[in-house]
Write a protein that binds this ligand. Structure first.
Ligand code: SAM
Length: 235
C-alpha cells in the first residue's frame, strides 16, 4: 500500500521511537509505522483542513486513535515538549521544509533524528541542517513513477563539523547540491538526475540562441555554459 518513497522513509526510522510526521496528508506513513510496530506513537501534523480531515478519517477507519494523534497546526507547532524523538517531513519543497525547521527551532533540541524528503531545492535543506549543527548520516535516491526523489537523514551534531562535507574535489556549496553521501555512491539514479539537469540546460541554451536581447542573451549564455561545464564534471 505504501509507495516506495514512503517505505524508504519508514526504513530510516529506528524501531521504538516516537515520531511526528509533518504534512502527513492521508496519514499513510503514521498508519504504516503503527501497523508494522515500528513506532509506539505517531503525531500526524497537518496545516490544511482537507488533508487534516483525510488523516483523521484514515486513522479512525483503522481504529488507531490511541496511537496516532492527528493534529492541526503549522509545522512543528503540533509537537509538545519531549513528545517525539524523530520528525519526518516529506513531499514538500526544500524552502518550505527549511522554513518549517527554522520556525520550529525551539522544538528541535529535544529531537534525535530528521528524515526529510524535499521534492525540489534539496540543497536548501542540506544547508539549513549543516548551519544548525545537524549531521547527515544517510542519503537515499530513488526513482518512482517517472520522478526522482532524495531522502535525507540527519542527526544532531556530535563533533565540530560534519565529516561528510570533507572533500578535496567539491566545495560545500557544490556538496549541498550534490549530496555528499550520494555523490560518493554515484548510483545510476543519481547520474540520471544530473543527466536530466544537463539536458534541460542544453535545451535552454539552444532556445536562447533565438533571443533578440543581445545583452541579456550573452549573460544567460555565460551562466548556462558555466552550469553545463559543471554538470558534465558531475556526470
Ligand atoms: N507527507 C506526505 C507524502 O510525502 O506523501 C504528503 C505530502 S503532501 C504533497 C504535502 C502536505 O503538506 C500537504 O497535505 C500540505 O497540506 C502539508 N503542509 C504544507 N505546509 C505545511 C506546514 N507548514 N505544516 C504542516 N503541513 C503542511
Amino acid at each position: 500500500q505504501l509507495s516506495e518513497r514512503l517505505l524508504m522513509i519508514a526504513q530510516n526510522i529506528p524501531v521504538g521511537k516516537r515520531v511526528a510526521d509533518i504534512g502527513s496528508d492521508h496519514a499513510l506513513l503514521p498508519s504504516y509505522l503503527i501497523l508494522n510496530e515500528i513506532s509506539p506513537f505517531v503525531i500526524a501534523g497537518e496545516v490544511n483542513e482537507g488533508p487534516y480531515q483525510a488523516a483523521k478519517r484514515q486513522i479512525e477507519s483503522l481504529g488507531l486513535e490511541d496511537k496516532v494523534s492527528v493534529r492541526k497546526g503549522n509545522g512543528l507547532q503540533v509537537i509538545e515538549p519531549n513528545e517525539v524523538q524523530v520528525v519526518t517531513i516529506a513531499g514538500m519543497g526544500g524552502s518550505l521544509i527549511s522554513q518549517i525547521l527554522e520556525q520550529g527551532k525551539e522544538k528541535i533540541d529535544q529531537l534525535e533524528r530528521f528524515i526529510l524528503q524535499p521534492n525540489v531545492g534539496v540543497d536548501q535543506v542540506r544547508r539549513w541542517l549543516d548551519q544548525h549543527n545537524w549531521d547527515l548520516i544517510a542519503e537515499e535516491i530513488l526513482e518512482e513513477g517517472e520522478k526522482i526523489y532524495e531522502i535525507i537523514v540527519a542527526e544532531k551534531r556530535r563533533g565540530m563539523e560534519d565529516p561528510v562535507y570533507r572533500s578535496e574535489k567539491w566545495s560545500k556549496d557544490e556538496l549541498y547540491r550534490l549530496g555528499p553521501i550520494l555523490v560518493k555512491k554515484q548510483s545510476e539514479v543519481l547520474i540520471k538526475k544530473w543527466m536530466i539537469e544537463l539536458t534541460k540546460v542544453e535545451y535552454i541554451l539552444e532556445q536562447i540562441k533565438n533571443s533578440k536581447n543581445e545583452q541579456e542573451k550573452s549573460i544567460k549564455e555565460m551562466q548556462l555554459n558555466h552550469e553545463q561545464k559543471w554538470l558534465k564534471g558531475v556526470i
